[in-house]
Write a protein that binds this ligand. Structure first.
Ligand code: AMO
Length: 440
């Protein structure tokens, strides 16, 4: 018995529809027009199917449609699903009863498999039609869902803080200025001050996924001028270790979900295996990291206090060799290279209760316990040579009972880039923004 299905069937479901007449929507992936036969591979977001038509019927509208159609045209195909063991795509094909060209693609596509990264960005919508590129956003969806699930289970409230600010946040240097009714406003380079404001407001644990803007003229594979940040801030912590443990739990859940839901596809399309890390992640204090790196022969200028990207790579390699772990928390950064609001431990005020999380040698997170005592915060701010006046509304939060608290900020596209083995953050962003790119 055959059934006619009036509604759309996704390509991945065709194997369960043998002998049925189905309707498939998609793009022409490839066309092979022979003397007797016409073959088209039609692709939707779930897979590809071969559509096979024998020429020669009287007044053959399907034959004419296949002659007219071009690669990447949007089409609707109504036809019967039949088994054909010689077809590579799942051993099935569609024998069309009707082929409708929904929208004809211009002949001569602007990009192909060999196109370089910059031009691919120009034609990003065509680029993302390729399954291995679209997969990034399916994975991103899973990553965000898992993060939200963990955040909620851990007692976080999801907040949406403003991206327009009256004063430049953390520092003035990396901030975009926009005209705001005749005066200047600034695009938030971090939700930092607002997530702390939420802590002062009695939001026990804060979670936010939102846009972050950085006016950095950086042209590296890990920098964007606009990216999606994942931020958490936890009140009443006993120490920065609470924040690191929270982040570990979140990342383990994220990677387990990605592995379970997309692991096979990631391996097939990108050749990358998704592994779920053991906890706790290795931790190393900055001073120890520097000692270890110097002993291993790394000693550039500036290495007295901080790591450059090369130092991060080398440290990650050392730790990986030693522990087999791809993650490492670097802790206790010197106060000189950290913002004024990072808490300094009583036993050593030259360092901060802060951390960076490196994954495969790349920084994905900065976090810290924050200084919650008003007088100390003011002292640290002045020590950095900063003016308290523009930060008045932030500083007010510390005047009326501020809990101990700490949190972190994570770059979502960096995580995706590393997770999927992509060469650049551009490949992990739908529409990349950099110093030279505001289009499309
Ligand atoms: P930080 O400035 O280190 O910390 O930013 C947090 C994380 O955001 C990512 N990131 C970037 N991703 C893409 N392009 C960029 N230009 C870029 N800059 C940063 C990185 C980085 O680890 N307020 C603190 C966080 C906190 O302490 O809670 C902050 O913004 O993955």
């Amino acid at each position: 018995m055959t059934r006619t299905l009036p509604t759309r069937t996704l390509v991945r479901d065709l194997t369960g529809r043998l002998d049925d007449v189905v309707t498939v929507y998609g793009w022409i992936d490839t066309l092979r027009l022979q003397r007797r036969m016409q073959f088209a591979v039609v692709r939707d977001h779930t897979g590809s199917v071969q559509v096979t038509h024998a020429r020669g019927g009287a007044d053959d509208a399907i034959e004419a449609a296949f002659e007219r159609v071009t690669v990447e045209s949007a089409v609707k195909v109504i036809g019967r699903v039949v088994a054909n063991p010689v077809v590579k795509l799942a051993g099935i094909e569609i024998r069309p009863e009707r082929v409708e060209i929904v929208s004809l693609a211009e002949a001569g596509l602007p990009i192909d498999r060999n196109t370089g990264p910059d031009r691919r960005q120009d034609w990003r919508f065509l680029d993302v039609r390729r399954p291995e590129r679209r997969l990034v956003f399916d994975v991103q969806t899973t990553v965000e869902q898992a993060m939200r699930r963990v955040a909620a289970a851990e007692g976080c409230t999801e907040m949406h803080t403003p991206k327009l600010m009256g004063t430049a946040s953390e520092s003035g240097a990396e901030v975009f200025t926009v005209d705001y009714f005749g005066r200047s406003a600034y695009l938030a380079q971090s939700p930092q001050f607002y997530k702390q404001t939420a802590i002062a407001a009695g939001i026990d644990r804060v979670f936010e996924i939102g846009p972050v803007f950085r006016a950095e003229p950086s042209y590296t594979s890990r920098h964007a001028t606009e990216f999606t940040g994942v931020d958490a801030e936890l009140a009443w912590i006993d120490g920065v270790g609470d924040v690191m443990a929270f982040e570990e739990r979140m990342l383990v859940a994220v990677l387990a979900d990605v592995r379970d839901r997309h692991g096979a596809e990631i391996e097939r399309l990108l050749g990358v295996e998704v592994t779920v890390p053991a906890t706790p992640f290795p931790r190393i204090a900055m001073a120890d990291a520097l000692t270890r790196l110097r002993a291993a022969g790394w000693d550039p200028a500036g290495a007295a206090v901080d790591l450059d990207p090369e130092g991060e790579r080398r440290l990650a390699a050392l730790i990986a060799e030693e522990t087999g772990h791809a993650f490492v928390f670097v802790t206790r950064f010197p106060a000189s290279v950290r913002p004024f609001y990072h808490l300094r431990p009583d036993d050593d005020p030259t360092v901060t209760e802060s951390f960076d999380l490196l994954w495969k040698g790349v920084e994905i997170t900065t976090g810290a316990q924050r200084e919650h005592r008003y007088d100390r915060l003011l002292g640290q701010l002045r020590e950095k040579g900063m003016d308290a006046a523009p930060l008045a509304s932030y500083l007010d939060c510390f005047r009326f009972g501020m809990p101990t608290h700490g949190g972190f900020g994570l770059g979502l596209s960096r995580v995706l880039m590393l997770l999927l083995g992509l060469p650049s953050i551009r490949d992990a962003t739908f529409l990349f923004r950099g110093p030279n790119r505001l289009e499309p």
